[in-house]
Design a binder for this molecule. Structure first.
Ligand code: SF4
Length: 355
């Protein structure tokens, strides 16, 4: 049974190029109209005034919902991070975050309202899954953030995308896959497949579908190389243990020749010992992998502490000495609680959502 309840009329932003082609033809349009129509939808609607007849436009408006989700709140951080609270038609809300990175922004998109994965470092998980977002709502979040950015600075580049907001993207694989096709299509939003990263906690049924997705970057929330400890952070590790997840990732890397990023939350006195270094080496040493270290962002009521700068550096050095490729993620937007894992949506809060 579908849990999609957010849209009554199909969103115009959930249609692929092929869908538009078929729909325009069935409504009496021509093939030549398609590029003008798509440019009008994604760039500037005034294009329609010149190229689309009023009657065709009316027929399409009767069939589809052309509206975007609403911004119900915007917070801007001193470092340029912007956090939006985005409201859908059924009044459910998610957070969407614009993160400055060099000369470009990255937009962090949500894929579900709530989440069913119940990760212990993330409050969203404790709220349970409310519903999946549709592809139109996922694309809609992007459009809203991009339009806001363009209004501030018309010369701003199109933001890159990370699927790291609220929800487990592979638990909503079909809608996320459709959204990626819409983002990636050169006639629609034209975002390169290397400009998109999907982050998962290792939801195996969804991972198995990735071979049919456009080939975007992939990140796995690892957080511990030990099953027992990882399970305490990511409960679905019980159903889908790390060795099965790694097997599937190996299969994917051989098929699609890609390097996988492994996200690793650094928690003081928890997952930063020498045995963790050794086990990480055993796990990743021979794989095409980048280890992304993410210092834990404390939140009110959290049981864990962020390690000191010296501890982070020492852990990193030990991994580098093992010839692992390691990065440390810098914190953005901490003053507006938009840093990774600090997102909070009314009662739906997401603490360290580094999936
Ligand atoms: S970290 Fe991600 S997958 Fe885990 S509960 Fe939070 S939103 Fe869900």
């Amino acid at each position: 049974m579908s849990i999609l309840t957010g849209m009554e009329t199909l969103s115009a932003f959930s249609l692929t190029q092929e869908d538009w082609h078929n729909l325009l033809l069935s409504e009496g349009g021509t093939v030549h109209l398609l590029p003008f129509w798509l440019d009008g939808l994604y760039k500037d609607r005034s294009i329609w005034t010149k190229h689309v007849s009023a009657s065709l436009l009316q027929r399409l408006e009767d069939k589809l919902d052309f509206s975007l989700p609403q911004i119900s709140q915007v917070q801007e951080s001193q470092d340029g991070t912007v956090k939006f609270l985005i409201r859908f038609k059924d009044q459910f809300e998610v957070e969407t975050v614009l993160i400055p990175f060099h000369k470009r922004f990255t937009v962090c998109l949500s894929t579900q309202v709530g989440c069913g994965m119940n990760c212990s470092f993330c409050y969203t998980g404790t709220q349970g899954l409310k519903r999946n977002l549709t592809s139109g709502e996922i694309v809609g979040q992007y459009m809203v953030a991009m339009n806001w950015l363009k209004q501030k600075n018309p010369k701003s580049l199109k933001p890159s995308i990370v699927f790291m907001g609220q929800g487990e993207p592979l638990h909503n694989a079909s809608e996320v896959s459709r959204a990626i096709k819409i983002f990636n299509n050169t006639k629609l939003l034209d975002i390169g497949h290397r400009q998109m990263t999907l982050s998962t906690v290792g939801f195996l049924p969804g991972l198995k579908l990735l071979k049919d997705f456009p080939s975007i970057n992939l990140a796995l929330s690892l957080h511990s190389p030990f099953d027992q400890q990882r399970k305490s952070l990511i409960p679905i590790n019980e159903r889908f243990p790390l060795n099965e997840v790694m097997q599937e990732l190996d299969h994917l890397t051989s098929l699609k020749k890609r390097i996988i990023t492994y996200e690793y939350l650094l928690i003081k006195d928890f997952n930063m010992s020498d045995s963790h270094v050794e086990e990480l080496y055993q796990l990743l040493g021979k794989r095409p992998a980048v280890l992304n270290l993410i210092p834990f962002n404390p939140f009110p009521g959290s049981n864990w502490e962020r390690p000191e700068r010296e501890e982070i550096d020492a852990f990193k050095e030990k991994l580098v000495a093992k010839k692992l490729r390691v990065m440390v993620r810098t914190t953005k937007g901490a003053d507006i609680l938009a840093a990774c894992g600090q997102l909070k949506v009314n009662k739906l809060a997401r603490k360290n959502g580094t999936h």
